[in-house]
Each structure stands twice: as C-alpha cells, then as structure tokens.
Ligand binder design. Structure first.
Ligand code: AP5
Ligand code: MG
Length: 192
C-alpha cells in the first residue's frame, strides 16, 4: 500500500507519518527531510537548495522528482511508501502518477490534513526551539503557508477526481488524528 499525506506546514504530516509507518510497516518518504539532509551533509545539491528552503519556496520539480524516483524504483519499498510532502503542485502530482505507472504501483489513499494558519504559527514557533530548522521563523512559516495555498488547489482537485482524497481535521490531538487515519487506512479494501 502506498499513501500520500499532505497539508500546510506544521499540519502534522511528519508526526502522523511516523505513527503510520509503525502500524502498517511502511516507509516514510519525506521530501523535506531528504532535502534537509542534503543541506546538512553540505552536498552539491544541498548548497544549491539551502537558500530556497530558508526562504520558504519550493525546490524545483525535477530535483524532488529525482529523489522520489530513487525510492519508487527500489524493490524494497515497493507498495510500502508514505509520501510526506509530495506532491505539492499539479506537475508533481502528474509526475507521481507517471512514476507509479512506470514501476507498476499505485496510490491507495490520499490524506489531507487541514489546519488553520493560527495553529500552524503556534506549532512552528514551539518547534523552533527544539529542532532549529532554518525555515521555522514566523515570517517564513507564513510564506510556506502561502506557497502551499498557491499551489495545492489543483492537487486537491486531481485526487478528488480519482476518489482517493480523504480530509482529516488536523486540529485535534495527535492520538485522535492517528486513530482516524488508521481507521481510514483499514477501510481500504485489501489494505494488507
Ligand atoms: P517539509 O519538511 O515538508 O515542511 P512543511 O511542509 O513546511 O511541513 P513541516 O515539516 O514543517 O510540518 P509537518 O506537517 O510535517 O508537521 P509536524 O509533524 O512536523 O518541507 C520543507 C521545505 O522543503 C519546503 O518548504 C520546500 O522548500 C522543500 N520541499 C519539500 N518537499 C518539496 C516538494 N515536494 N517540492 C518542492 N519543494 C519541497 O508537526 C509540526 C509541529 O507540531 C511538531 O512540533 C509536532 O510535534 C506538533 N504537532 C503535530 N501534530 C500536532 C497536534 N495534533 N497537536 C499539537 N501539536 C502537534
Ligand atoms: Mg514535516
């Protein structure tokens, strides 16, 4: 089973993916985490993308497309991926479909976590002290939210059309959200 989880910055994509991978024995593929690792390791790619991430903009579709293809093409992860933060625009959604076709896989469910900007600001400012992410400043959190809002509508429509989209209220507690998500996943026919 492959899952897509998306939502604004601080919606809880990472938190919930972490719980899902344990319950359903999947592998979390967070494009944000992979990109931050490139920056931390000071690779050529890391140097290229560091200011884009710091400013709350999207990295190029080709770069993130190459990252996810590495996982989709790896048999170890076949039908075991949870895409955390990909796709983020219509080009990426179509690219994901193309790659799934290429590697004979499909998406079983798409989860959208809905959270207000007020909650996002609060969560990101709280996390700021713990994780020291270069993009966890209030004005950049707002910028990331705007980037999300400006790109996501066609992605929502795309997954509505294929009837894969499930909207989850991301404002409640971590465990309530997790229970709801687990229920949704288990309701998929043949989820094992
Ligand atoms: P990415 O790393 O994906 O960041 P993001 O989308 O801004 O989301 P976050 O990771 O900040 O939040 P989250 O939804 O994972 O929430 P979390 O669980 O941490 O992307 C970073 C950057 O990389 C992008 O801006 C872009 O530049 C680039 N990038 C990534 N993917 C790309 C792509 N596909 N294309 C192009 N560029 C890309 O939770 C947040 C906090 O809230 C935590 O402290 C958590 O403990 C807390 N929390 C979570 N849930 C709850 C809850 N229910 N109640 C209370 N607190 C909660
Ligand atoms: Mg995250």
């Amino acid at each position: 089973m492959n899952i897509v989880i998306f939502g604004p910055p601080g919606a809880g994509k990472g938190t919930q993916s972490n719980l899902i991978v344990k319950t359903f024995n999947l592998h979390q593929l967070s494009t944000g985490e992979l990109l931050r690792k490139e920056i931390k390791d000071n690779t050529k790619l890391g140097k290229q993308i560091s200011s884009i991430i710091k400013d709350g903009n999207l990295v190029s579709d080709n770069i993130v497309g190459d990252l996810i293809e590495k996982y989709l093409s790896n048999k170890i992860y076949k039908n075991r991926l949870i895409f955390d933060g990909y796709p983020r625009n219509l080009i990426q959604a179509k690219n994901l479909d193309r790659l799934l076709d290429k590697y004979d896989q499909k998406i079983h469910i798409v989860l959208k976590l809905s959270v207000s900007l007020e909650t996002i600001k609060k969560r990101i400012l709280e996390r700021k002290n713990l994780e020291k992410r270069s993009d966890d400043k209030e004005e950049i959190a707002i910028k990331r939210f705007e980037t999300y809002e400006n790109n996501i509508k066609p992605v929502i429509d795309f997954y509505k059309q294929s009837q894969l989209l499930r909207v989850v209220n991301g404002e409640t507690t971590i465990s309530k959200i997790s229970d709801e998500i687990s229920g949704l996943i288990k309701s998929i026919k043949g989820w094992l």
